[in-house]
Design a protein around this ligand. Structure first.
Ligand code: NAD
Length: 380
């Protein structure tokens, strides 16, 4: 294999394994801490983390983040962090909490009048402004295995007012610390274990096939694909199987590391209109077209496909496609857009929104609008 020149950047200090969150106390001692989270009160996870935070000077819980975080809740979190002069932001939850916390931590440093005048996170999301600093420490504690947000500089926000969902990257969105404890995922409900696991699988596969992949990202992506394909079903059927949860958590984090170097491609771009307009869970929105897109991309990347088949010990592409479909069906994931109520008349809008995303340029197969509409019709 030729080694082409590449760059990589991985600034997050990662602790992985059961019990690792115990060390957050050292980072919180005598600091003004804010926990940014979703509704995790009932799971006992929030109380555990508050206990482990030890002796902060102050600890504020902001638990208003909703799944697919909105610009409004992120702005409110930023405002609270600012007026409370927060020094450490702990993101606790799935990708929604982790993404929201990145913006909350950055908005904390913006001047009140600037945030008000430029209308908050929206102006950053639309590229009208860029964050220039972050003074708080940012600590991510994922409680789902899927988004990899703990090791990426990416965050995704929804703007229900203007009807879009969009990802943004910022050099200030890298977490300083990530504590990945697979035990925190045992309470994730079955359906969400499936959706998040498939999100991670798509991260890994998209990172691997991306035109931006590197000799460094590819082996990480391959191992992530294997870990998730081999263990997701076990975690789905036996939520408290810590062995399976650990493998899926590791796969999800490795997939995050891989795509933090490459970004994702067209399946993630397609997922945004599917989430906004058809209210599909993020992971299912990403995976529903995985099989046909792999089939379409495969002839354009024969060497990568050969490595993928070899790594997964799959005798042929057809057999791999079958394995992917079997896994998706076994975890009750949708495998056709039709079943989700997507009609032929919706496809032009979906294709148009998808091609607005720069991620589509990283897909091996480049689509024109007409081609993507036709492809969606064929694979609906
Ligand atoms: P989520 O964070 O939206 O959580 C979904 C639900 O599961 C919430 O109600 C949450 O409270 C609950 N939950 C979380 N952990 C739990 C646990 N341990 N036990 C019980 N319930 C639990 O789900 P997600 O799939 O992790 O994140 C999706 C979001 O992440 C989307 O907005 C997506 O666009 C984004 N995302 C970001 C990146 C990135 O790189 N930053 C990558 C992929 C996806």
């Amino acid at each position: 294999m030729d080694i082409k020149p590449f760059q990589s950047f991985l600034p997050t200090n990662v602790s992985f394994g059961v019990g690792v969150t115990r060390s957050i106390g050292e980072l919180c001692a005598h600091k003004r801490v804010m926990v940014v989270t979703t509704g995790l009160k009932r799971s006992g996870i929030l109380n555990r983390i508050i206990r482990e935070a030890g002796t902060p000077a102050d600890l504020l819980v902001f638990d208003e983040i909703e799944p697919n975080p909105t610009c409004e809740s992120v702005d409110r979190g930023g405002y609270l962090a600012r007026i409370n002069e927060i020094e450490v932001v702990i993101a606790l939850g799935g990708g929604s909490a982790l993404d929201a916390a990145k913006a909350v931590a950055c908005l904390r440093d913006e001047r009140e009048e600037i945030v008000a005048a430029s209308a908050g996170i929206r102006s950053y999301l639309l590229g009208e402004r860029a964050f220039a600093r972050r003074s708080t420490q940012l600590i991510a504690i994922p409680t789902t295995s899927g988004t990899g947000s703990e090791v990426t500089n990416v965050a995704v926000f929804s703007d229900p007012v203007n009807h879009y969902k969009k990802s943004m990257v910022s050099p200030w969105f890298w977490n300083d610390y990530a504590f990945v404890d697979p035990e925190l995922t045992v309470t994730v409900p079955e359906k969400h274990t499936a959706a998040t696991g498939l999100d991670a699988l798509v991260h890994a596969i998209e990172s691997f096939w991306a035109v931006s992949s590197t000799p460094f990202s590819e082996p990480i992506a391959l191992e992530a694909v294997k870990l998730i394909m081999d263990h997701l079903l076990r975690a789905y059927h036996n939520p408290e199987d810590i062995g399976a949860r650990t493998k899926v958590s590791l796969g999800s984090m490795m997939a995050g590391i891989a795509f933090s170097q490459t970004r994702t491609t067209i399946l993630h771009a397609l997922s945004y209109p599917l989430t906004v307009d058809f209210h599909l869970e993020h992971g299912f929105a990403c995976s529903v077209l995985l099989k046909p897109m792999l089939q379409t991309n495969a002839p354009l990347i024969p060497k990568k496909v050969a490595r993928l088949l070899d790594y997964l010990e799959a005798p042929s592409l057809e057999r791999l496609l079958q394995r992917i479909e079997e896994l998706m069906v076994s975890v009750d994931a949708p495998v056709h857009l039709k079943a989700l109520g997507v009609q032929e008349k919706d496809l032009e809008g979906i294709a148009d929104q998808t091609l607005r995303s720069p991620l589509t340029k990283l897909n091996p197969k480049a689509f024109t609008l007409e081609e993507l509409i036709a492809w969606l019709k064929e694979n609906r």
